[in-house]
Design a binder for this molecule. Sequence first.
Ligand SMILES: [Zn+2]
Length: 273
Amino acid sequence: MVGTSMLEAVPFDDRITCIKTASSVGDQVIMWVYAYHVEDALFDAGCANAIGELREYATKHPIRRVFVTHFHEDHYGGCAAFLPNAEIFARPMTLESIHKPYLLPQFFEWVWGTPDPVIEACELTTSTIQVKDFTFEVLDFSGHCAEMIGFWEPEQKWLFSADAVPLPSEKKMAMPEENIPKLITRMEEIQDLNPHILFDGHRGPIPQPRKHIDKRIKFLTELQIQVQELANKGKTISEIKSILGFPEPWYLPNTEERFAIEHLIRSLLEDED
Ligand SMILES: [Zn+2]
């Protein structure tokens, strides 16, 4: 049972506010998702269970544009809260979900909530976004899913990276839409940008994120080699899974195979494209 939905607005500095939303059971937050408020713009929109709190936030803050990074419900679920004062922008696949949210397994209904459809949302067609004095480049971060974008401010060296860098340092499961080889390449590209602050979709702002990202690249690259060697010896995916012996968290069956260790192994055996 979901206790309450939550919103915490935490200023990062006088230019950026972290908008954290989640559902909680008792005092325990299941998982935070971060949206970021910069001047009159919002990067991502929070989760649907916090729609009431997001509406309240929107009445107190002049948000005119919401830019959604990708089509996962925890990132676009709060879009409806910002109407009618804000325009909602996203790339085509993401836009499809915002217009017509997909059906969620019950577990995710519990964790994030089902978004209200926002038919007013429109396509983001530009490769840069001007937010007052800041010019953000729109970057392709597909890999975590088939379509994801991030926002890079080269002067400040800020990177709003959504889910481009995995939350756990050792990623041991995946969704079927994740392309892990591509996700590794994206993280290497992020290292080349050398961001000063990584504004992560679930961990919040990470200053000087090089080590944080390196750890994740190293784990997945080594795992990829191990998995490919096992496959070359003729092991099946389920045999590789039992050799790896990754623990299965309690909630894994509740995801109705939206998350699985097998998805991760399968993706590691495929090419990037
Ligand atoms: Zn995601």
